[in-house]
Each structure stands twice: as structure tokens, then as C-alpha cells.
Design a protein around this ligand. Structure first.
Ligand SMILES: [Zn+2]
Length: 330
């Protein structure tokens, strides 16, 4: 189902929230936003491409001039090929589109790389195979034919719609090049999955050469400095007190980092063991009940916390027979 409502209307700018059902249980819906000024319209995020957001905006609003995807996850960019097919300009951060194209160019290379990270972090090899056997998001992107036509934008670049300028603000963390769009003179910001109202964005480690949690924390401070009045997230409700929500997210990860240090007090452990002992806000009773996809998210998130602590010098790791064990620095 797709529904829409006006959530902002002032001084020649109207913003519609378009809510689209998605088959991701933890999220249920994605918020796409239609930014309208003069006779021009920009769509922020596209849905998964299962229900056609394009058909909806064509019929209801007479189409859009431009599309922006906040990051490369399938619920944000899955509808992009349909827009590209009909000649609509689609934008996303340069880094995120490069990641998609790399994945398309050599999917096996990346899958083997990420499988290896999980194996050497203590995930049982047969579970690694199940985790990555079919990752619907990735394979759908890999199979989309026209994504090389997406226009990559750098930090600070501007998309104009009617009389409104929307500035790209890079906010790495949730993905390595996640991007927000900021309407400075009105204090409005489209935050994708960078800041969510009542769930914490997943900060997975998907590459060992970056420190996603550090990037995420820096990106939270970056948005705070912009002093936005309202943030429009891609899931759940609109955020009226952005500063408060940023404080809560910073506090959340402080607690999580302390929890990881506490777990490691019991001695050297793999990331898989650490993940199994962290507290997860999910409906499953215990770690053994987690389905492979949940275990993937948990391990990837545990890894981002371990990487952060490694870079801070609070822990170290040793390779024992091909598997890393993490320990506290005394
Ligand atoms: Zn996402």
C-alpha cells in the first residue's frame, strides 16, 4: 500500500510524505518525500521497487523532475531503475553509487571478502554460507541494468527544485557514504536512515578499512551543528527535536561500547561471541533463536563497536589459527 500526506507547506514549498509498505519486518514502511516548489518536484528515496512509487507519483502528482536516494540500501534505491528508464535524473552520493557499481562489476569479489571477515571473526563457516547465500538487497541491485546512469554528488553539492536549494550533507555511518539533504534557510533536513525516531540505525561493519561507528558519531555531530528544526527520516515518525534525538543516539552507542568492554572483561573473545552476549532489542528469546539474517546484523554491529574500540586503543586483537580474539588493553 502507498499513502501520502502533506507534512510541510510554507512560502512556495510543499513537502509530501509518501509511505510505502516494504517486506522488512522491523521497518514495515519507508517514508519517501516529495519536495514540490514552483512546477518542479523532487522525490527523496524510491522504495524497494516492489510497489511502484513512480506510478503513484505519476498518477497523483504528475510525475517528478528529479530523484535523490539517501544511500544504497534496496528500500531506498530499489525504485530508481524505473525512474531512470523513463529519463528522470537520479542522484545519490558519489561514494554510494560507486559502491553499487563495484558490487555489480564483481559481486563474487565482495561476497568472498565479506564472508572472510565473518569467518575470521568466529562466525561458524556453515552459518557464514547461509548468511550470504541470498542477500535480496544486493542481488536485486546487482541485476539492475541502468544504475550506471545515476548521477553521483559530492558533499556540498546542491539540487535545486523551483526556488528551493537542497544541499548534500555526507553522513557516513549507516553506509560508508550515506547522504542527507539540507534546506538551510528553512532548517529542514532529509536524513534517510542516519537518524531515526524510535529505533537506532544499524551501523554495520561492511569493510575493514573504515571505522563506521566513528564515522556515524562524527556524522551525528555534523548534523547537530547544522541546527535543523525538523528531520525527515526514511522510517517511522518525523523528528521534531533533532538535538534531543542525536543526544539519545550518542548515549546509546556509549552504553553499547561500555557493554562490549564489560563482555571482554571475561577474557579474549571473538566478535561472534561478543555479539551473542550483547543485548539486542529483538523479539527472539536467545541467541540460538536468532535467524541467520539477525545474526548477520548483530555480528556486523558488534564488529563496528570492536573496530571503534580497537582504533581508540582500548582493546587489541590476536589471530589464533585464522580467527581473531579481542582482548582488553590492561
Ligand atoms: Zn538503510
Amino acid at each position: 500500500m502507498i499513502t501520502d500526506e502533506v507534512i510541510y507547506k510554507s512560502g512556495g514549498l510543499t513537502i509530501h510524505r509518501i509511505q510505502v509498505d516494504i517486506p522488512i519486518k522491523a521497518l514495515k514502511k519507508i517514508n519517501c518525500y516529495l519536495v514540490e516548489s514552483g512546477n518542479e518536484r523532487l522525490l527523496v528515496d524510491t522504495g524497494m521497487g516492489i510497489e511502484s512509487v513512480k506510478r503513484y507519483v505519476d498518477q497523483k502528482f504528475g510525475g517528478v523532475n528529479k530523484v535523490f536516494a539517501t544511500h544504497f540500501h534496496i528500500d531506498h534505491v530499489g525504485g530508481a531503475p524505473e525512474f531512470l528508464e523513463s529519463g528522470v535524473e537520479v542522484y545519490m552520493s558519489r561514494g554510494d553509487i560507486e559502491d553499487i557499481l563495484f558490487l555489480r562489476g564483481s559481486p563474487e569479489t565482495y561476497i568472498n571478502y565479506i564472508k572472510n571477515i565473518h569467518r575470521e571473526n568466529g562466525v561458524p563457516p556453515d552459518l557464514v554460507e547461509v548468511m550470504f547465500a541470498k542477500h535480496p538487497g544486493w542481488w536485486r541491485l546487482v541485476n539492475s541494468s541502468n544504475l550506471e546512469d545515476v548521477i553521483g554528488l559530492n558533499d556540498g553539492e546542491v539540487i535545486s527544485i523551483g526556488s528551493v536549494d537542497l544541499r548534500v550533507v555526507l553522513t557516513p555511518g549507516h553506509t560508508p557514504n550515506h547522504a542527507c539533504l539540507f534546506i538551510e534557510d528553512r532548517g529542514l533536513i532529509f536524513v534517510g536512515d542516519h537518524i531515526l525516531s524510535d529505533i537506532t540505525p544499524n551501523i554495520p561493519l561492511i569493510r575493514w578499512d573504515i571505522n563506521p561507528l566513528k564515522d556515524f558519531v562524527d556524522s551525528l555531530y555534523r548534523v547537530r551543528e547544522l541546527k535543523p528544526k525538523v528531520a525527515y527520516p526514511a522510517h517511522r515518525s518525523i523528528i521534531e527535536d533533532v538535538d534531543k534525538r542525536i543526544s539519545e543516539l550518542l548515549e546509546h552507542h556509549k552504553i553499547r561500547l561500555a557493554e562490549v568492554l564489560n563482555i571482554l572483561k571475561k577474557g579474549p573473545q571473538t566478535a561472534y561471541e561478543v555479539a551473542s552476549k550483547m543485548t539486542w532489542d529483538v523479539k527472539f528469546k536467545g541467541w540460538d533463536e536468532f535467524p541467520p539474517s539477525q545474526k548477520y546484523f548483530a555480528v556486523a554491529e558488534a564488529l563496528s563497536h570492536l573496530k571503534y574500540l580497537l582504533e581508540e586503543g582500548k582493546i587489541y586483537r590476536e589471530n589464533r589459527d585464522g580467527v581473531y580474539y579481542y582482548s582488553l588493553v590492561e
